[in-house]
Design a protein around this ligand. Structure first.
Ligand code: HEM
Length: 485
């Protein structure tokens, strides 16, 4: 043993241990664990209590949904900042058909195709679709800032009128409608509301998302209803096929240019369109539904003194850019950037990651090395990794707005994992890191900028929502000085 209690071989390398933990009895224990996860303990406690019980951050556990939707709920969980990145290493883990974990929604929800998120980088279609998304995002790079500002300044105008009328304004509801419009506008230059979809897009999208994610959520209904309804069998896809067709029609018409590009890359038009729909509605819209309330909640709770610092930084950078919000101005906003990363660290919008061991291998935690066999399912609950006190110290669970500012602060960015990769690394056709990484960070910053160009400070009530955080504005103090365009 060395000082930290780790066994070493004669050559000095660490001797791999068996991964501790237990799956319990087949079937029964998986269901019992599912109930712990949803109702008796809740997500965080579910993982933390097992880490505590076995004295290890790499541990064998069951994950939901279990029977009857998942054939095998058994995983090796990696629950610290050191072991977690094994999930990013596609030389070590296979990423085929496990985007949602131990179950996979029917491909009839995606036009009969397994879409990019479910493909391993070794599959040729993965490369083509990811390349298509990179091209799309690059071709629209100048559209995002003006589209975001126009849609979200209208949202904030609505917040103000709702505050006048009733003293409160639900951000999530407004964000759902606004983010959907913003993405359609930003990606394709075609407002969904101006198409046959009218204003029904967000509701259709939400229904389709639920058909894929119901095994992983609770709606807050009594367990006796939710268990058979949401967690035992798949909801039949035909019940959402009308909504999906309406969404598809919008994409087929709005994304003509992107579909032409897709054909150039060797993709069939229909497969490309189902993929664009998925990347836009599931990955992007689903992401923004959770991300923006999450950032807003953290900023709201950070209080007036912190707001003042953001105001000073944001307005100075915008003034220096001639009153415009530009990429260069955003780059200068050290504190704003840090605050957004801190929100992404604390509340990663996608909390679960999976990967199947490609070969026998060793996984290293802070304290030990563990042997894992080929074919075993590896799983990460990201909040455990990104709130690791061994990396982020005693404030690991707190929002520290300036955590990533300066040379020392930026050294911690490699432990920010929200994009399924380190924040210091970039998505490519060869990995599974989110191709929307830069856009997501941009949009997060733009939300903060829009808020503090318009307000000196604001207050909000923060609670829990189906997939993340619920935020209700309760007051805004309009800007008193130096407001840009
Ligand atoms: C993959 C997060 C927005 C497109 C991923 C993964 C995560 C993630 C964690 C990896 C999943 C896994 O394999 O385990 C997020 C979050 C977003 C967001 C939190 C917040 C808004 C976007 C946007 C796009 C996008 C704007 C638009 C292009 C994708 C695609 C993949 C992916 C296509 C699969 C990548 C691959 O197969 O290589 N995202 N994403 N995401 N994301 Fe995002």
């Amino acid at each position: 043993m060395n000082q930290s209690g780790m066994a070493r071989s004669d050559e000095g390398s660490l001797v791999p241990r068996e991964v501790p933990g237990s799956y319990g009895l087949p079937f029964v224990s998986a269901i019992r664990d599912r109930l712990d996860f949803y109702y008796f303990q809740g997500q965080d406690k579910y993982f933390e209590s097992r880490v505590e019980k076995y004295g290890s951050t790499v541990v064998r556990i069951n994950v939901p949904p279990g029977p009857f939707m998942a054939r095998d709920p058994r995983v090796v969980a990696v629950l610290d900042a050191k072991s977690f990145p094994v999930l990013f290493d596609v030389t070590k883990v296979e990423k085929k058909n496990l985007f949602t974990g131990t179950y996979m929604p029917s491909t009839s929800l995606t036009g009969g195709f397994p879409v990019c998120s479910y493909l391993d980088p070794s599959e040729p279609t993965h490369t083509k679709v990811k390349q298509l998304l990179f091209s799309l995002l690059a071709s629209r790079k100048d559209a995002f800032i003006p589209a975001f500002r126009s849609h979200f300044s209208s949202l904030l105008a609505t917040v103000e009128s709702q505050l006048l009328l009733s003293g409160k304004s639900n951000f999530n509801t407004l964000n759902d409608a606004t983010s959907f419009e913003f993405i359609g506008d930003g990606y394709f230059g075609v407002l969904p509301s101006a198409s046959d979809l009218g204003t029904t897009g967000p509701a259709k999208a939400a229904k389709w998302l639920i058909f894929q994610l119901h095994p992983l959520v609770t709606l807050g209904l009594p367990m006796i209803l939710e268990e058979p309804l949401l967690h035992t069998v798949h909801l039949p896809p035909f019940l959402v096929s009308g909504d999906y067709k309406a969404l598809y029609k919008y994409f087929f018409a709005a994304a003509t240019k992107a579909l032409d590009t897709a054909e150039g890359l060797g993709l069939k038009r229909d497969e490309a369109c189902h993929n664009l729909l998925f990347a836009t509605v599931f990955n992007s819209y689903g992401g923004l539904k959770v991300l923006l309330p999450g950032i807003l909640a953290r900023i709201a709770d950070s209080g007036e003194k912190f707001h003042k610092k953001l105001v000073t930084e944001i307005r100075a950078a915008v003034a220096e850019a001639g009153g415009k919000v530009t990429i260069e101005a955003l780059e200068k906003m050290e504190l704003t950037k840090s605050a957004v990363w801190e929100a992404l660290r604390l509340d990663p919008a996608v909390k679960f990651q999976y990967g199947r061991a490609k070969a026998d291998m060793n996984i290293e935690s802070h304290d030990a090395v563990f042997a894992v066999k080929k074919g075993e399912m590896l799983f990460g609950y990201q909040p455990c990794a990104t709130k690791d006190p061994r990396v982020f110290g005693p404030t690991a669970r707190e929002f520290v707005g300036d955590r990533f500012v300066g040379k020392e602060g930026s050294k911690l960015l490699k432990y920010v994992y929200w994009s399924n990769g380190r924040e210091t690394e970039s998505p490519s056709v060869h990995n599974k890191q989110c191709p929307g990484k830069n856009l997501v960070v941009l949009v997060g910053r733009l939300l903060v900028v829009e808020l503090f160009l318009r307000y000196d400070t604001f207050t909000a009530k923060v609670g829990l929502d189906l997939l993340g955080t619920k935020v209700e504005f309760t007051g805004v103090t309009k800007a008193t000085s130096g407001v840009a365009d």
